[in-house]
Design a protein around this ligand. Sequence first.
Ligand SMILES: [Zn+2]
Length: 142
Amino acid sequence: MIRYALHCAAGHEFESWFRDSAAYDAQVRRGLVACPECGTTRIAKRIMAPAVATREERAAAPVAMMGERERQIRAMIAALHRHVRENAEHVGEAFAEEARRIHAGEAEERAIHGVATLREAMELREEGIAVLPLPPLPDDAN
Ligand SMILES: [Zn+2]
């Protein structure tokens, strides 16, 4: 499925889904796509028609798409952080040391999270300890 930003001959803007670009072409040619506001079937794509798109519209389109993707990524990272906070014990900068103690059976086996340098994380991995880097929270000032 592909979503097209469309406008009609009267300048109304709307969006519609199509199976692919060929389906869009066929439906518009047969007059099956009508403007929801005025009902005209004289429809054109906004992004794909630079001859009628203003400079502002062309510049705005890619930004809007990136915004949606960025929102999804932010939501995923936020969910990951929430999951870790709820399911893992925070050990702060003692992370590497505590991870080794758990691995060696000297501390209770549990999920932990905290701060480690890249070097510490790589060393832990080489020792066969499962560590997962947590991407920073985009809105987190810390
Ligand atoms: Zn219209």
